[in-house]
Design a binder for this molecule. Structure first.
Ligand code: ZN
Length: 397
């Protein structure tokens, strides 16, 4: 993840906040336009139409005109992507943005030389209307940065994330298929039997978080103390998020390097059963646990993992209909609803095969991918196909 700590001067911070404000304003306008839309009316304006409207609004409002058009247009672009995600059933409908919450903006059309290194640990990036803003050069910045996103987290830290599409990782010569199941007790199970855990807060950190939450409940609204507690909570949560992001990068690289074909559940299908009550095709699986998962960050982390896999192993990720993957025995193929001994254990009553339930599901996903691959002509895809990674999905902070 190429995210760096941005260190604006107080004067620059004011201007950065202005950019955030413009981005939020434009985003909220877009949300409002789409919220007013009702079936039967003309369709809500798309990106191109909204850009035209933005030009009009800038002509009439000096304060908007004073801001960067890139910031404002990219907020519309973000919104268009968010709507696409919503219609694609991978994300919820975009909602209002509030001040101080997930603030940020994106700059595109970055030129060579707009990012430079000043000394061993200091770099700077050119931000329109703000000028050169310093950041901590904590690791190498990739060549050819095309865009970046500036964000401010709830604890007031600024970051800059440079968008660079990760280099595809060559497939290993033995193109083995691996199935990856989004687990319940563990974050992901591989058909090899490996269980992967996303990092969470450590026990002392969890205890501290609980203490802080209790403090928050007692603190008076609007008090200074309450503000301090909120910042401390945000810091802990940011730490957890950073660890998860890091895990996604490491895990996706590792999988892309070790396996020829990586099979995962098709999220679009899985999301249709999001309520986990299930449908005829995909009877409810792990109902209670899925409900918990949906609430958690895990779901988001899973989406990010799959997105990263598709970039690092282009053409080598196969998406599988998740129906029955948890009930089918991966050894004999029988579908048995009662085979789950417990949430974590699968025992086939027909052939006696016993395994971790998530590993059994991962093996089914791998089998399904094996069929899918051999059904196509020729050997498993070795070389990256010409499917371009979706650039917009990369532009995340
Ligand atoms: Zn069996």
């Amino acid at each position: 993840m190429s995210r760096y700590r941005l260190q604006p001067s107080p004067a620059q911070e004011v201007m950065l906040l202005e950019h955030c404000g413009h981005a939020r304003f434009v985003w909220n306008l877009a949300v409002e336009q789409h919220a007013c839309w009702r079936p039967g009316r003309m369709s809500a304006p798309g990106f191109a139409e909204q850009c035209r409207q933005l030009t009009e609004a800038r002509a009439e409002n000096a304060w908007l005109r004073a801001g960067s058009i890139i910031v404002q247009q990219q907020a519309l672009k973000d919104f268009a992507q968010a709507m696409a995600n919503f219609f694609g059933r991978t994300h919820r409908r975009p909602t209002w943005r509030k001040r101080g919450q997930g603030e940020g903006f994106r700059i595109v059309a970055v030129k060579a030389g707009d990012v430079r290194r000043l000394s061993r640990h200091v770099g700077e990036v050119k931000v329109p209307k703000v000028g050169w803003v310093r950041f901590r050069w904590s690791r190498a910045v990739l060549e050819g940065v095309k865009s970046y996103r500036v964000t401010r987290d709830a604890s007031g830290r600024w970051h800059v994330a440079f968008a660079a599409i990760p280099e595809p990782i060559p497939a290993p010569t033995a193109g083995e298929v691996v199935g990856v199941d989004r687990g319940v007790a563990v974050s992901a199970a591989l058909s090899t039997g490996e269980l992967l855990h996303t990092p969470a807060l450590r026990d002392p950190e969890k205890a501290r978080l609980l203490r802080l939450l209790r403090k928050l409940a007692r603190a008076e609204r609007g008090s200074k103390r309450r503000g301090r507690v909120k910042v401390a909570i945000a810091k802990l949560k940011a730490r957890e998020r950073d660890r998860r992001k890091d895990w996604v990068e490491k895990t996706s690289t590792d999988l892309a390097r070790r396996f020829g074909v990586i099979a995962v559940e098709d999220l679009k299908i899985a999301n249709m059963t999001r309520s986990a009550k299930g449908s005829i095709d995909a009877p409810g699986r792990n109902v209670r646990q899925k409900a918990g998962l949906n609430r958690g960050i895990l779901a988001g982390g899973w989406g990010r993992l799959v997105a990263r896999l598709e970039q690092k192993a282009p053409g080598r990720v196969v998406k599988i209909n998740p129906a029955y993957t948890s009930q089918r025995c991966s050894a004999c193929g029988i579908v048995d609803r009662q085979a789950r001994e417990s949430q974590a254990a699968y025992r086939c009553r027909s052939c006696g095969y016993a395994a971790n339930a998530d590993v059994n599901a991962a093996r089914n996903i791998a089998h399904a991918a094996g069929h899918a691959v051999s059904a196509r002509e020729g050997p498993p895809l070795r070389e990256p196909t010409n499917r371009e990674p979706q650039r917009d999905l990369l532009l995340v902070g």
